[in-house]
Design a protein around this ligand. Structure first.
Ligand SMILES: *Cc1c(COP(=O)(O)O)cnc(C)c1O
Length: 435
């Protein structure tokens, strides 16, 4: 399988090159040259297969034996897709797919962990260590850091803005040791990004260190986001009904994974792309115009994206025909007030605590299914553990929620950072001083 850039169909690269580059030279996103098809017998056999067996079968369609031999790919999957994705029924027609049982309690663990394993495989014969620079405003950085934690041949430098992330996020970023270093930058998130970008184009730095980014749009992060859609289907009781999956969406990577799963043969009737006040995607489906805009801050902050990069992939998947996209995806958008009401409603009706992101997906699914008379199976994709948004969720429900073990452990650990100013020359000196 080769990969092309969404900016140029004719420029094909190997999987290895697509992973190590992250972004194509022309600025496009990598896409597989075709969408592999899974047989009906594979779908029928899902119930007998484990999550890792399913993941391996899907991954091997995208990553050929010559790129990564299957014994190695099996190991990489066992080391990254090593936590469950349970489907929890609320009632006969409504379920939540819990994707937050990884180390940082959000679905990004799937992508970050798989990408880390794949990158470590591709650099294993290199004599120099790979240095990954990540600017983060919170959640992505911790998923990436945990994904690369203790992975051989790779060091990670996380740049985060001092005093501008929550206490919990800061603890998740700064309590790992070994190959992970947290750099506390006296500045904003934009400063952190500027420092990383400057280092990438600085010949002196590039000469001394092997640098890479852990790009959020890496194809190695997208592929594992296909696996759990098959895992969710496997857990449904009645497979003869229409299936509607509602995905809380920001940069549209999670939704893109689902759409690829459908194209591979997974019989999902419709996807629902749920957005918060950052409704660029919802507006695009409604009006046919894609108009990026600055992001707005909301309670479902991991969806605060004003220019969703994976839209380029979705457009490509549907041959640049918006009417085909509209046949498969419904989208609607919700405010913070509606999100709070939804968290309360789900707690009262279903006795389940939902996080603000999944709450938006709940609202969009409810809206979509309100006129549907026949039996159906609805799935809300639960992207984060509610404890990560303790204050919002507690004030919405009136219940205090228990902190999971993973969060408690890191809250009790001591923060370790290197403090730097937002001046590039200081950051550069720091990089050049590394051994
Ligand atoms: C990143 C994230 C999202 C949005 O996912 P995209 O792939 O960017 O659309 C939703 N919920 C949570 C908790 C996230 O961390």
């Amino acid at each position: 399988m080769k990969y092309f850039s969404t900016n140029n169909q004719n420029n094909l690269v190997s999987f290895r090159e697509a992973v190590l580059k992250g972004l194509a030279d022309d600025g496009g996103l990598f896409m597989p040259e075709n969408i592999p098809q899974l047989s009906i017998s594979f779908l029928h056999s899902l119930k007998e297969k484990s999550f890792s067996e399913i993941s391996l079968e899907i991954a091997s369609k995208f990553i050929s034996e010559e790129e990564i031999p299957s014994v190695e790919l099996t190991k990489k999957i066992d080391e990254s897709i090593n936590f469950p994705a349970p489907l929890i029924p609320f009632n006969n027609s409504l379920n939540v797919l819990e994707l937050f049982h990884g180390p940082t309690l959000a679905f990004k663990d799937f992508g970050a962990r798989f990408m880390a394993q794949i990158m470590s495989y591709f650099i294993k014969d290199s004599d120099k260590e790979m240095n990954i620079l990540v600017a983060t405003s919170g959640d992505t950085g911790s998923a990436v850091a945990h994904g690369f934690y203790d992975v051989e041949g790779i060091r990670v430098y996380l740049l985060y803005p001092k005093n501008k992330v929550s206490l919990l996020q800061e603890k998740q970023l700064t309590t790992l040791d070994k190959n992970i270093t947290a750099l506390e930058i006296d500045g904003t998130f934009d400063d952190c990004q500027r420092l990383v970008k400057s280092a990438f184009v600085d010949p002196e730095v590039k000469n001394k260190l092997k640098l890479s980014s852990a790009n959020s749009i890496s194809i190695a992060r997208l592929i594992p986001q296909i696996f759990y859609y098959f895992e969710s289907y496997k857990q449904l009781e009645d497979l003869n009904r229409n299936i509607y999956i509602s995905v809380p969406s920001g940069n549209l990577g999670n939704l893109t994974g689902g759409l690829i799963a459908k194209k591979m043969g997974l019989p999902i009737t419709k996807f629902i792309g749920a957005t918060n006040a950052n409704s660029v995607f919802t507006d695009y489906l409604k009006n046919g115009n894609f108009i990026p805009r600055p992001s707005l801050k909301t309670f479902s902050n991991a969806m605060d994206v004003g220019n969703p990069s994976n839209l380029a992939r979705i457009i490509e998947l549907f041959n640049r025909d918006i009417s085909l996209i509209r046949e498969v995806i419904f989208s609607s958008s919700y405010s913070d007030d509606e999100t709070i009401d939804a968290i309360k409603e789900v707690s009262e009706i279903y006795d389940y605590i939902i996080d603000p992101h999944a709450a938006v997906a709940y609202l969009a699914l409810k809206n979509f299914t309100k006129r549907i008379k026949e039996n159906y199976s609805g799935i809300i994709v639960g992207t984060a553990h509610p404890a990560k948004f303790k204050d919002i969720v507690e004030s919405a429900t009136g219940f205090s929620i228990e902190m999971p073990e993973a969060l408690l452990t890191c809250l009790n650990k001591e923060k370790k950072t290197i403090e730097l100013s937002s001046d590039y020359s200081i950051f550069k000196d720091y990089l050049l001083s590394l051994k």
